[in-house]
Design a protein around this ligand. Structure first.
Ligand code: KG4
Ligand code: ZN
Length: 341
Protein backbone atom coordinates (compact mmCIF):
# COMPACT_ATOMS: atom_id res chain seq x y z
CA UNK A 1 0.00 0.00 0.00
CA UNK A 2 1.39 3.41 -0.99
CA UNK A 3 0.29 6.40 1.12
CA UNK A 4 0.93 10.03 0.23
CA UNK A 5 1.48 12.22 3.32
CA UNK A 6 0.75 15.95 3.45
CA UNK A 7 1.92 18.18 6.33
CA UNK A 8 0.99 21.88 6.47
CA UNK A 9 0.15 22.60 10.11
CA UNK A 10 2.66 25.38 10.73
CA UNK A 11 5.76 26.69 8.94
CA UNK A 12 6.91 23.61 7.04
CA UNK A 13 5.31 22.11 3.96
CA UNK A 14 6.03 18.38 3.90
CA UNK A 15 5.12 15.81 1.25
CA UNK A 16 6.12 12.14 1.30
CA UNK A 17 5.35 8.71 -0.12
CA UNK A 18 5.39 5.73 2.23
CA UNK A 19 5.05 2.15 1.01
CA UNK A 20 3.93 -0.34 3.67
CA UNK A 21 6.04 -3.03 1.96
CA UNK A 22 9.14 -1.03 1.03
CA UNK A 23 9.27 1.80 3.56
CA UNK A 24 9.75 5.48 2.83
CA UNK A 25 9.98 6.01 -0.95
CA UNK A 26 10.63 9.77 -0.95
CA UNK A 27 10.08 12.81 1.22
CA UNK A 28 10.54 16.52 0.66
CA UNK A 29 10.16 19.48 3.03
CA UNK A 30 10.09 23.19 2.36
CA UNK A 31 10.77 25.27 5.43
CA UNK A 32 9.41 28.82 5.66
CA UNK A 33 12.04 29.92 8.19
CA UNK A 34 13.61 32.50 5.86
CA UNK A 35 10.19 34.03 5.12
CA UNK A 36 9.13 34.42 8.77
CA UNK A 37 12.56 35.46 10.06
CA UNK A 38 12.01 39.17 9.48
CA UNK A 39 8.90 39.06 11.72
CA UNK A 40 10.54 37.16 14.60
CA UNK A 41 7.93 34.38 14.41
CA UNK A 42 5.40 32.61 12.22
CA UNK A 43 2.89 34.88 10.43
CA UNK A 44 -0.14 32.60 9.91
CA UNK A 45 -1.45 34.28 6.76
CA UNK A 46 1.96 34.17 5.05
CA UNK A 47 2.32 30.53 6.12
CA UNK A 48 -0.98 29.57 4.48
CA UNK A 49 -0.17 31.33 1.22
CA UNK A 50 3.24 29.70 1.04
CA UNK A 51 1.80 26.20 1.59
CA UNK A 52 -0.40 26.85 -1.48
CA UNK A 53 2.68 27.73 -3.55
CA UNK A 54 4.74 24.72 -2.39
CA UNK A 55 2.40 21.73 -2.36
CA UNK A 56 2.19 20.91 -6.08
CA UNK A 57 5.96 21.30 -6.78
CA UNK A 58 6.77 19.15 -3.71
CA UNK A 59 4.28 16.48 -4.81
CA UNK A 60 5.81 16.44 -8.30
CA UNK A 61 9.26 16.12 -6.72
CA UNK A 62 8.47 13.07 -4.57
CA UNK A 63 6.62 11.37 -7.43
CA UNK A 64 9.60 11.91 -9.75
CA UNK A 65 12.24 10.93 -7.16
CA UNK A 66 10.48 7.65 -6.38
CA UNK A 67 9.33 7.01 -10.00
CA UNK A 68 5.77 6.64 -8.70
CA UNK A 69 2.73 7.35 -10.85
CA UNK A 70 -0.11 9.22 -9.15
CA UNK A 71 -2.41 6.33 -10.09
CA UNK A 72 -0.37 3.98 -7.87
CA UNK A 73 -1.12 5.94 -4.69
CA UNK A 74 -3.62 4.03 -2.52
CA UNK A 75 -4.51 6.68 0.09
CA UNK A 76 -3.70 10.27 1.08
CA UNK A 77 -2.96 11.09 4.72
CA UNK A 78 -2.93 14.72 5.81
CA UNK A 79 -2.53 16.67 9.05
CA UNK A 80 -5.99 17.79 10.15
CA UNK A 81 -4.79 19.28 13.48
CA UNK A 82 -3.57 20.65 15.77
CA UNK A 83 -2.00 23.66 14.07
CA UNK A 84 -2.79 26.98 12.39
CA UNK A 85 -6.33 26.86 10.96
CA UNK A 86 -5.53 28.49 7.61
CA UNK A 87 -2.39 26.43 7.11
CA UNK A 88 -4.23 23.20 7.98
CA UNK A 89 -7.02 24.10 5.52
CA UNK A 90 -4.53 24.34 2.65
CA UNK A 91 -3.25 20.80 3.21
CA UNK A 92 -6.72 19.44 3.95
CA UNK A 93 -8.32 20.84 0.79
CA UNK A 94 -5.34 19.75 -1.32
CA UNK A 95 -5.42 16.20 0.07
CA UNK A 96 -9.19 15.80 -0.02
CA UNK A 97 -9.48 17.08 -3.62
CA UNK A 98 -6.62 14.93 -4.89
CA UNK A 99 -8.13 11.90 -3.15
CA UNK A 100 -11.48 12.64 -4.79
CA UNK A 101 -9.83 12.98 -8.21
CA UNK A 102 -7.93 9.71 -7.77
CA UNK A 103 -10.93 7.99 -6.14
CA UNK A 104 -8.91 6.88 -3.10
CA UNK A 105 -9.46 7.46 0.64
CA UNK A 106 -8.24 10.58 2.40
CA UNK A 107 -7.05 9.92 5.96
CA UNK A 108 -7.04 12.83 8.46
CA UNK A 109 -4.08 12.48 10.84
CA UNK A 110 -3.29 13.98 14.26
CA UNK A 111 -0.01 15.88 13.97
CA UNK A 112 1.24 14.66 17.37
CA UNK A 113 0.45 11.04 16.55
CA UNK A 114 2.63 11.57 13.48
CA UNK A 115 5.51 12.77 15.69
CA UNK A 116 4.89 9.99 18.20
CA UNK A 117 5.18 7.22 15.60
CA UNK A 118 8.04 8.82 13.63
CA UNK A 119 10.83 6.85 15.43
CA UNK A 120 9.25 3.70 13.94
CA UNK A 121 10.57 4.94 10.59
CA UNK A 122 14.18 4.80 11.79
CA UNK A 123 16.71 2.06 11.07
CA UNK A 124 16.41 0.84 14.65
CA UNK A 125 12.66 1.02 15.35
CA UNK A 126 11.31 0.61 18.90
CA UNK A 127 8.84 -2.14 19.83
CA UNK A 128 5.53 -1.51 21.61
CA UNK A 129 4.87 -0.81 24.44
CA UNK A 130 7.05 2.21 25.13
CA UNK A 131 7.11 5.56 26.88
CA UNK A 132 7.07 8.52 24.50
CA UNK A 133 8.45 11.94 25.34
CA UNK A 134 6.83 14.36 22.94
CA UNK A 135 8.67 17.68 22.87
CA UNK A 136 7.55 20.06 20.16
CA UNK A 137 6.93 23.79 19.87
CA UNK A 138 3.40 23.47 21.21
CA UNK A 139 3.49 20.36 23.40
CA UNK A 140 5.48 18.62 26.13
CA UNK A 141 3.90 15.32 27.03
CA UNK A 142 4.85 11.95 28.46
CA UNK A 143 2.75 9.09 27.13
CA UNK A 144 2.50 5.38 27.56
CA UNK A 145 2.12 3.95 24.05
CA UNK A 146 0.75 0.40 23.88
CA UNK A 147 0.23 0.28 20.11
CA UNK A 148 -0.94 2.37 17.16
CA UNK A 149 -3.90 4.40 18.43
CA UNK A 150 -3.48 3.50 22.11
CA UNK A 151 -1.94 6.42 23.99
CA UNK A 152 -2.21 7.12 27.70
CA UNK A 153 -1.22 10.60 28.87
CA UNK A 154 1.00 10.39 31.96
CA UNK A 155 1.79 14.08 32.31
CA UNK A 156 2.31 17.30 30.36
CA UNK A 157 3.42 20.88 30.60
CA UNK A 158 1.11 23.02 32.69
CA UNK A 159 2.24 26.16 30.86
CA UNK A 160 4.86 26.69 28.12
CA UNK A 161 5.96 23.72 26.03
CA UNK A 162 9.71 22.94 26.05
CA UNK A 163 10.12 24.20 22.47
CA UNK A 164 8.16 27.34 23.29
CA UNK A 165 10.43 27.94 26.31
CA UNK A 166 13.49 27.58 24.06
CA UNK A 167 11.96 29.99 21.53
CA UNK A 168 10.93 32.61 24.10
CA UNK A 169 14.24 32.45 25.97
CA UNK A 170 16.12 32.79 22.68
CA UNK A 171 14.14 35.96 22.03
CA UNK A 172 15.08 37.33 25.49
CA UNK A 173 18.73 36.67 24.65
CA UNK A 174 18.37 38.56 21.37
CA UNK A 175 18.56 35.48 19.16
CA UNK A 176 16.41 35.17 16.06
CA UNK A 177 13.65 32.79 15.05
CA UNK A 178 13.56 29.82 15.23
CA UNK A 179 14.97 30.13 18.72
CA UNK A 180 15.57 26.50 19.69
CA UNK A 181 18.52 25.70 17.40
CA UNK A 182 19.99 29.21 17.88
CA UNK A 183 19.89 28.92 21.68
CA UNK A 184 21.39 25.42 21.53
CA UNK A 185 24.25 26.77 19.40
CA UNK A 186 24.93 29.62 21.84
CA UNK A 187 24.80 27.17 24.77
CA UNK A 188 27.72 25.26 23.21
CA UNK A 189 29.94 28.28 23.91
CA UNK A 190 28.81 28.75 27.51
CA UNK A 191 29.48 27.17 30.88
CA UNK A 192 26.41 25.93 32.77
CA UNK A 193 26.15 26.59 36.52
CA UNK A 194 27.93 29.98 36.48
CA UNK A 195 24.50 31.60 36.54
CA UNK A 196 22.03 29.42 38.44
CA UNK A 197 18.53 28.70 37.17
CA UNK A 198 15.82 26.59 38.85
CA UNK A 199 14.82 23.04 37.80
CA UNK A 200 11.01 23.53 37.82
CA UNK A 201 8.93 20.61 39.15
CA UNK A 202 11.91 18.29 39.22
CA UNK A 203 10.72 16.71 42.46
CA UNK A 204 6.96 17.18 42.03
CA UNK A 205 6.43 13.42 42.12
CA UNK A 206 4.29 13.43 38.98
CA UNK A 207 4.94 13.60 35.24
CA UNK A 208 3.92 17.21 34.68
CA UNK A 209 6.21 20.04 33.64
CA UNK A 210 6.34 23.80 33.96
CA UNK A 211 8.75 25.93 31.97
CA UNK A 212 7.35 29.46 32.12
CA UNK A 213 9.11 30.26 35.44
CA UNK A 214 12.41 29.40 33.82
CA UNK A 215 11.81 31.99 31.15
CA UNK A 216 11.02 34.57 33.85
CA UNK A 217 14.25 33.64 35.70
CA UNK A 218 16.18 34.23 32.46
CA UNK A 219 14.46 37.60 32.05
CA UNK A 220 15.45 38.57 35.60
CA UNK A 221 19.07 37.53 34.98
CA UNK A 222 19.16 39.52 31.72
CA UNK A 223 17.79 42.61 33.50
CA UNK A 224 20.24 42.32 36.38
CA UNK A 225 23.36 42.42 34.29
CA UNK A 226 24.47 44.08 31.07
CA UNK A 227 25.01 40.57 29.66
CA UNK A 228 28.36 40.52 27.97
CA UNK A 229 28.81 37.93 25.22
CA UNK A 230 30.13 35.18 27.46
CA UNK A 231 27.39 35.73 30.07
CA UNK A 232 24.71 35.31 27.43
CA UNK A 233 26.31 32.01 26.44
CA UNK A 234 26.55 30.91 30.10
CA UNK A 235 22.88 31.71 30.59
CA UNK A 236 21.94 29.80 27.42
CA UNK A 237 23.98 26.81 28.62
CA UNK A 238 22.36 26.86 32.06
CA UNK A 239 18.89 27.18 30.53
CA UNK A 240 19.56 24.17 28.31
CA UNK A 241 20.86 22.22 31.34
CA UNK A 242 17.74 23.05 33.36
CA UNK A 243 15.27 22.01 30.63
CA UNK A 244 17.15 18.85 29.65
CA UNK A 245 17.65 17.78 33.27
CA UNK A 246 13.91 18.00 34.02
CA UNK A 247 12.97 16.26 30.75
CA UNK A 248 15.50 13.48 31.33
CA UNK A 249 14.65 12.83 34.99
CA UNK A 250 10.90 12.70 34.39
CA UNK A 251 11.18 10.56 31.25
CA UNK A 252 13.22 7.91 33.04
CA UNK A 253 10.86 8.09 36.04
CA UNK A 254 7.96 7.36 33.65
CA UNK A 255 9.85 4.38 32.17
CA UNK A 256 10.40 3.02 35.68
CA UNK A 257 6.85 3.78 36.83
CA UNK A 258 5.35 1.78 33.94
CA UNK A 259 7.87 -1.05 34.24
CA UNK A 260 9.02 -0.61 30.63
CA UNK A 261 12.49 -0.57 29.08
CA UNK A 262 12.00 1.61 26.00
CA UNK A 263 11.83 5.38 25.65
CA UNK A 264 10.92 7.12 22.40
CA UNK A 265 11.62 10.82 21.87
CA UNK A 266 9.74 12.79 19.23
CA UNK A 267 9.19 16.41 18.19
CA UNK A 268 11.47 19.31 17.34
CA UNK A 269 13.27 19.57 20.70
CA UNK A 270 14.27 15.93 20.24
CA UNK A 271 16.88 17.28 17.81
CA UNK A 272 18.69 18.92 20.75
CA UNK A 273 22.13 17.30 21.19
CA UNK A 274 22.40 17.92 24.93
CA UNK A 275 18.98 16.35 25.51
CA UNK A 276 20.06 13.27 23.53
CA UNK A 277 23.34 13.04 25.41
CA UNK A 278 21.59 13.15 28.78
CA UNK A 279 18.79 10.77 27.83
CA UNK A 280 21.25 8.24 26.39
CA UNK A 281 23.37 8.32 29.53
CA UNK A 282 20.44 8.08 31.96
CA UNK A 283 18.74 5.32 29.95
CA UNK A 284 21.94 3.28 29.72
CA UNK A 285 22.27 3.53 33.50
CA UNK A 286 18.67 2.35 33.91
CA UNK A 287 19.11 -0.48 31.39
CA UNK A 288 16.63 1.09 28.97
CA UNK A 289 16.90 1.86 25.26
CA UNK A 290 16.18 5.28 23.71
CA UNK A 291 14.88 5.68 20.17
CA UNK A 292 14.80 8.88 18.13
CA UNK A 293 13.48 9.65 14.69
CA UNK A 294 16.16 10.26 12.06
CA UNK A 295 17.36 13.87 12.53
CA UNK A 296 15.56 15.13 9.40
CA UNK A 297 12.30 13.61 10.68
CA UNK A 298 12.48 15.27 14.13
CA UNK A 299 10.90 18.50 12.99
CA UNK A 300 7.71 18.71 10.92
CA UNK A 301 7.62 16.56 7.78
CA UNK A 302 5.27 14.64 5.51
CA UNK A 303 6.93 11.25 6.09
CA UNK A 304 5.54 10.90 9.61
CA UNK A 305 2.05 11.80 8.35
CA UNK A 306 2.21 9.27 5.48
CA UNK A 307 3.52 6.62 7.91
CA UNK A 308 0.88 7.39 10.53
CA UNK A 309 -1.91 7.26 7.90
CA UNK A 310 -0.62 3.89 6.66
CA UNK A 311 -0.47 2.49 10.21
CA UNK A 312 -4.02 3.65 10.97
CA UNK A 313 -5.30 2.11 7.72
CA UNK A 314 -3.48 -1.17 8.39
CA UNK A 315 -4.78 -1.29 11.98
CA UNK A 316 -8.34 -0.75 10.74
CA UNK A 317 -8.61 2.51 12.66
CA UNK A 318 -9.84 4.64 9.77
CA UNK A 319 -13.63 4.88 9.70
CA UNK A 320 -15.04 4.48 6.20
CA UNK A 321 -16.77 7.86 6.58
CA UNK A 322 -13.38 9.54 7.07
CA UNK A 323 -12.48 8.98 3.45
CA UNK A 324 -15.68 10.56 2.23
CA UNK A 325 -15.43 13.95 3.83
CA UNK A 326 -15.22 15.93 0.62
CA UNK A 327 -17.37 19.03 0.76
CA UNK A 328 -17.83 18.86 4.51
CA UNK A 329 -14.39 18.31 5.96
CA UNK A 330 -12.99 20.64 8.56
CA UNK A 331 -9.71 21.04 10.42
CA UNK A 332 -9.10 20.95 14.19
CA UNK A 333 -6.68 23.75 15.14
CA UNK A 334 -7.01 22.72 18.82
CA UNK A 335 -7.12 18.98 19.34
CA UNK A 336 -5.87 17.19 22.47
CA UNK A 337 -4.35 13.82 21.59
CA UNK A 338 -6.47 12.19 24.30
CA UNK A 339 -9.57 12.87 22.19
CA UNK A 340 -8.22 10.74 19.36
CA UNK A 341 -10.94 8.14 18.74
O1 KG4 B 1 7.96 19.49 16.24
P1 KG4 B 1 8.29 20.82 15.71
O2 KG4 B 1 9.06 20.91 14.43
O3 KG4 B 1 7.01 21.68 15.47
C1 KG4 B 1 5.88 21.61 16.27
O4 KG4 B 1 5.04 20.70 16.01
O5 KG4 B 1 5.83 22.43 17.21
O6 KG4 B 1 9.06 21.57 16.90
C2 KG4 B 1 9.51 22.88 16.76
C3 KG4 B 1 10.17 23.29 18.07
C4 KG4 B 1 10.52 24.77 18.12
O7 KG4 B 1 10.11 25.30 19.36
C5 KG4 B 1 12.05 24.76 17.99
O8 KG4 B 1 12.65 25.87 18.59
C6 KG4 B 1 12.39 23.47 18.67
O9 KG4 B 1 11.41 22.57 18.27
N1 KG4 B 1 13.75 22.96 18.29
C7 KG4 B 1 14.79 22.86 19.16
C8 KG4 B 1 15.89 22.38 18.40
N2 KG4 B 1 15.47 22.20 17.12
C9 KG4 B 1 14.16 22.57 17.07
N3 KG4 B 1 14.87 23.13 20.47
C10 KG4 B 1 16.06 22.91 21.08
N4 KG4 B 1 17.16 22.48 20.44
C11 KG4 B 1 17.13 22.19 19.11
N5 KG4 B 1 18.22 21.74 18.50
ZN1 ZN C 1 5.39 19.22 14.92
Amino acid sequence: MIVLGIESSCDETGVALFDSDHGLLAHAVHTQVAMHEAYGGVVPELASRDHIRRLIPLLERVLAESSTAKENINAIAYTVGPGLAGALLVGASFAESLALALNIPAVPVHHLEGHLLSPLLSKNPPKFPFIALLVSGGHTQLMRVSGVGTYELLGESLDDAAGEAFDKTAKLLGLGYPGGPALAALAEQGVPGKIKLPRPMLHSGDFDFSFSGLKTAVLTAVRQSAMAGSERADLAAEFQEAVTEVLTTKSLAAVRHCGLDTLVVAGGVGANHRLRERLNKAAAKAGAGVHYPELDLCTDNGAMIAFCGAQRLLAGLVKSSEGKLVGKFSVRPRWPLQELA
